[in-house]
Design a protein around this ligand. Sequence first.
Ligand code: BDR
Ligand code: CA
Length: 314
Amino acid sequence: MNKPIPVILDADPGHDDAIAWVVANASKDLKILACTAVNGNCNVYKAAYNSQRIMALIGLDVPVARGRNCPLYRQRLQAPTNVHGESGLDGPPLPEPKRELDSRSAAQLMADVLKESDEKVTIVATGPLTNVATLLLGYPELKEKIQTISIMGGGIKYGNWTPAAEFNILVDPEAADIVFRSGIPVIMAGLDVTEKALVYPEDVEAIRQIGNPVSEIVWRWLEFFYKFHLNLGYPGAPMHDLCAVMALIHPEVFRIEEMYVEVETEGYYSVGQTVGDINHITDHQPNTRALMDVDRRRFIDLMIDYIRSYSEVK
Ligand code: BDR
Ligand code: CA
């Protein structure tokens, strides 16, 4: 077995963020060093509380810290509460936090984890990139300690919050710009792939049948998340954020294209767009491995297996 990849999980949980953490924690191929909460699906106070409650549910006991409650330069853009609910993670009741919030800021905690690690660390960022950019701005000397930044964000072909922009990038385009320009390899799970990673009602039923304490929560999260997407005309619930985790542990289920990606920070209609040089028109070397397609069946089966693994006595 390969050595597990050391990771920091940065998110704004969020139902699909939460499921990404459920799988990351179940995988023996990842070693989670810390969790950090970012403003996005809900404000950062709710995101931090949700992070702590997810950690209590899955038995993850690592430092957890809160980031700033707004993007780097812009006003807060809040997801409407019908996406993830008033709490940011509506649905079944969750256990109360077992681990106190760390007194450090998210960026400070990330920096300390990087300094203390003998190996390079991968950051999995499934919300706006505010915390990651704050880390890169404050501690540029630590860039070399970061192996990869695996994000859910953007879309090479289209957006979901505007025709051009996906939510996570639109919330903090300047932060995303800093990440893509950092020189650190980026794995991008954009809408091109995440909207193909759909959970259908029969998959929810398969998870319900598992009957362990984690699956009991996950199927109810999926039920909530699915309702919102059904109203929008989706045939299932997209597991956006799980793609950023699965890309590290099961890259074989994706079709991946290397390309240069930059972020539009000024366009009137296109602010927040991830502009991908998919046809290699420029001289730029690729900075991104963009996930473009997924074997949905294998992806969902893996997800179900990881959820089932919580039935095993640890
Ligand atoms: C992204 O926005 C959030 O609602 C999801 O958690 C995901 O990270 C999709 O645009
Ligand atoms: Ca998210």
